[in-house]
Ligand binder design. Structure first.
Ligand code: P6P
Length: 341
């Protein structure tokens, strides 16, 4: 499977079609939905790439549901994805980080999938030219749901597709459709196609990097403090070296590095953010699914992130994600210190 050659490019479109062929009951709807997401990513990439040139950076003056300044690119990226998903004819409703209410798709465009997305995560970094990205998750609409929101308040493990597109020195789209398979694609601007460049991505079980905002240290619980200290000041008798600290402050960039190099990325609950900062439906669940399918783990400290049931569409969750052994260590500390805040 997926043995591309120089003139036999494995594009994302072809990859998704091959995945469809592996699923005899597939109708092709998911293939078309992923194509719509692919279009959205290409469009946003072109806007991010030329943002400074056409004065798209900077604050747009509005405030989003998170109470954060909405930057011009935030609004543009949201509209691009809402329109692409709506036009796909495969979406029943969607949740966007930028929009307070659930976005319903009606009439002949209505489909059977629920899509959650952060159109431009890490956007506070845009003006500084730091990598930003789109994060997306796809769920099946619950046919017996009494309200559209019910299709989202389900255990995260019901997610069927997750991915991100990172807009940086190159444009990388990483996706999983389950089956313990994560693959990465790089946009070839001359072709306008995402080409398979990172086949079967696997996260190292034990890494050497930790990624967390240490500016929040005074708010952390004892388990987080003790765990991070164990990485910074390893037991001299163990001959272990301290982990390196890397924190970009853009989840897509920090998670992409973690999948490639291993280690731990964390945004824990603390006394300032009692449920953590990151949003469950369009940051926590998609990234947890990707990391698990790449052989890693994602925990709140106390439980598997994908076992969470969101209480509302903009719910938040604590998250530690990374290599399997690294995350098992996290869980050991939470078991030992969980009663100490
Ligand atoms: P902090 C960006 O605003 C974001 O949602 C994620 O991309 C990132 O991981 C996190 O917030 C950074 O938060 O509090 O460290 O700036």
């Amino acid at each position: 499977m997926f043995e591309p050659g120089d003139t036999d490019l494995l594009t994302l479109t072809r990859y998704v079609l091959e995945m469809q062929r592996l699923n005899p009951s597939a109708s092709g709807d998911l293939t078309l939905l992923i194509s719509a997401i692919q279009l959205g990513c290409k469009f946003v990439e072109s806007c991010v790439r030329k943002a400074n040139l056409i004065n798209l950076v900077g604050v747009a003056g509005a405030i989003n549901v998170q109470g954060e300044d909405q930057k011009k690119l935030d609004i543009l990226s949201n509209d691009i994805f809402v329109n692409a998903l709506n036009a796909s004819g495969k979406v029943s409703s969607m949740v966007s980080e930028e929009i307070d209410k659930l976005i319903h798709v009606n009439g002949h465009n209505k489909g059977k999938y629920c899509v959650t997305f952060d159109p431009l995560d890490g956007s506070s970094n845009i003006d500084a030219g730091v990598n930003v990205g789109t994060i997306f998750g796809i769920f099946l609409e619950k046919p017996d749901a009494e309200t559209p929101e019910e299709s989202y308040c389900v255990p995260g493990r019901e997610i069927i597709v997750a991915g991100y597109c990172m807009y940086g020195s190159s444009c990388n789209l990483v996706i999983t459709l389950g089956k313990n398979r994560v693959d990465g694609f790089t946009l070839d601007p001359s072709l306008g196609e995402f080409i398979l460049t990172h086949r079967n991505m696997r996260i190292p079980s034990l890494g050497k990097i930790y990624s967390i905002n240490e500016g929040n240290t005074q708010y952390w619980d004892e388990a987080t403090k003790q765990y991070i200290d164990s990485l910074k000041y390893p037991d001299p008798a163990s001959e272990k070296k301290p982990y390196a600290a890397r924190y970009i402050g853009s989840m897509v960039a920090d998670v992409h590095r973690t999948i490639l190099y291993g280690g731990v990325f964390a945004y824990p609950a603390d006394t300032k953010s009692l449920k953590g900062k990151l949003r469950t439906l369009y940051e926590g669940f998609p990234m947890a699914f990707l990391v698990e399918q790449a052989g890693g783990k994602a925990t709140t400290g106390a439980k598997r992130v994908l076992d969470i049931v969101p209480s509302e569409i903009h719910d938040r969750c604590p998250i530690f994600l990374g290599g399997a052994e690294d995350i098992e260590n996290v869980e050991t500390y939470f078991k030992k210190y969980q009663h100490i805040l």
